[in-house]
Structure formats: C-alpha cells, structure tokens
Ligand binder design. Structure first.
Ligand code: AMP
Ligand code: FE
Ligand code: FE
Ligand code: ZN
Length: 285
C-alpha cells in the first residue's frame, strides 16, 4: 500500500478540537504515515506534536496556515517546515494573532447589540490556553449555551464572511506571505484556493503572482473543491509548474472533514523536503 500522507490539520493550538498529541494519535489510528500539523497563524502546537509523532511512529511535517487577505478576500497559505524562530515571519504571525483578539471582541459586541445571546467571557471560556483565537470559538460558545447545535449552524446563521457581524483582522497580503514563508526557509502551498466566499473565488492572476513570488504548490484535493475546481487547479498547477497536494483540513469534531479523506503523493512530499531549508520533517520512529 502507498504511504498515506495528509498535509493539512488543525489542533487546539488554533481551531481544532483535539490537542496536538491527540491529532497525531488519531492519525496513527486512522492509518496515516505522514501528518502535517498546520494550525492557523501559530507554531505553538509543534513541540507537543513532535513528541507525540516520535511516540506513535508517525512522520510529522511541521506547518502553519497563514490567514491572508487581498482586496477583502480571504486567502489561506500553508507554510511547511519554516524556521519557527525566523524573526520576520514570527513578528507577522504575532501581529495577526493580536489583531484576532480585538476582532473577536468586536464581533461579539456587534452580536450582543443585536440581541444574540452571547458574552465575550463565554467565548474566552471556549478558547484553549494559548490558541489562536477565531470565529470557531464564538461558535463553540453558542453551541455551549444552546443557541445552535454545532459550529456549522453558527457559521450559517451568524458567523459567515457575509454576515453583518463579520469583522476582519490584520492579515498579510498573500504575495507577502509567500515571501515570508520562503524567507523562513519554508515551502509555500496555496490552501484550498477555490473555496468560495460570497460566491466568489480568487482569480488565477493572484495565483500567478504568488507563483512568481515563490509559491511551490497548490492544494487541489480538498473537500471544498468539486470536480471542476480540481480540474481547474490541476491545469493551473501544470501551467505554472506548481505541485499538487491533497489534504483533509481536519478540525477534530469542529468540522465533518475526516483525517486522510484526501492525500498527497509521496513524490510531492519529497519535493517539499528538498525545497525546505527551515526545519526537517520529524521522521517516524
Ligand atoms: P477565522 O480564522 O476566525 O476567520 O475563522 C475561520 C475558520 O472558521 C476556518 O479556518 C474554519 O476552520 C472555520 N469555519 C469556517 N466555516 C465553518 C463552518 N461552516 N463550520 C465549521 N467551521 C467553519
Ligand atoms: Fe480553521
Ligand atoms: Fe483554510
Ligand atoms: Zn485549514
């Protein structure tokens, strides 16, 4: 059987529901050989995931998922094997995480003003220690106080990008984010480029700009992509000389995505290893 590789997952270091070690253990249980932990705007889960990877015999690719923004549209960039001590990238991630705090407070204020039963204290109670704060934590507070059944319902009713309560946070331009990842010795992959927000997807021209800045790959096999999006992604990748990845974007019980539901070819993982100059993968015991 081929090596099973899932290059996009979240833990309680951001908006996943399992601690990093539990994500690694679940990966082992679900038959994965290689796992990337890619929490939003943080590397804080790396140490625990590394220890668990060695213990459970799973290979670990340490990663991040950087929230970016261009013309009001959200873009997610995966960065693999970056140097966690790179001062420029770290400063940018710090700034984004800080901005996420005030943004979450503001969203809750707007919701409260409109009579939605929620307090910021309830939201904070849902944020694991040190986690990158995000809308899923507001959703968890709404689930906890019985306003909605699950995160998905909270996003549909109140938390979506087109909701009147939506507030953006500081996020770097996607081209700059590619430069930051490359500058930190990492390998940049455009996450789920064709996820649609407000019915819009990002234009090919932006991916071309990112490719010119050093983007290495595109995440094509992802549950947000239908057959047409996957076809478009493969064609674009081949035209721009980018590799193609597939991943689950697992968030524990926070989303329906299951570990290993999409996977990446071993040859692509080799390219990621070859292109990185930051940290090396943790290799299975
Ligand atoms: P934020 O980073 O705070 O803007 O929140 C975006 C995050 O919310 C994404 O990374 C997803 O993990 C999560 N999310 C978006 N839509 C949904 C949904 N319908 N159900 C559950 N989680 C969602
Ligand atoms: Fe997320
Ligand atoms: Fe994402
Ligand atoms: Zn993700």
């Amino acid at each position: 059987m081929t090596v099973q590789i899932d290059l996009h997952t979240h833990s309680t270091a951001s908006d996943g529901t399992q601690p990093p070690a539990a994500v690694v253990q679940s990966a082992r249980g679900d038959g994965l050989d290689v796992l990337a932990l890619t929490d939003h705007d943080t590397t804080s889960g790396w140490a625990e995931a590394t220890e668990a990877a060695l213990r459970h015999g799973v290979s670990l690719v340490r990663g991040i998922e950087i929230s970016c923004q261009r013309d009001g549209t959200s873009v997610h960039l995966l960065g693999y094997l970056t140097d966690p001590d790179d001062p420029v990238l770290s400063a940018e991630l710090d700034r984004a995480r800080q901005s996420r705090v005030t943004r979450l407070e503001r969203m809750v204020e707007l919701m409260v003003a409109d009579g939605i039963p929620i307090t910021y204290a309830e939201v904070l109670a849902q944020v694991p220690a040190g986690a990158t704060k995000g809308r899923p934590h507001i959703a968890d507070a709404l689930v906890h106080n019985g306003s909605v059944a699950n995160r998905d319902e909270a996003f549909t009713k109140w938390l979506g990008n087109d909701s009147p309560y939506y507030v953006s946070h500081y996020a770097p331009d996607p081209v700059r984010a590619v430069q930051l990842v490359v500058g930190a010795g990492g390998v940049a992959v455009h996450a789920h480029p064709f996820t649609s927000t407000r019915g819009r997807t990002i234009p090919d021209a932006l991916i071309e700009e990112m490719a010119a800045a050093g983007l290495a790959g595109v995440e094509v096999d992802h549950r947000d992509h239908d057959d047409e999006a996957r076809y478009r992604g493969r064609a674009l990748a081949s035209r721009l000389g980018l590799f193609v990845t597939g991943s689950s974007d697992y968030h524990g019980t926070g989303k329906a995505n299951r570990l290993g539901e999409n996977t990446t070819a071993p040859a692509v993982l080799e390219q990621i290893e070859e292109q990185s100059a930051g940290v090396t993968p943790i290799v299975r015991a």
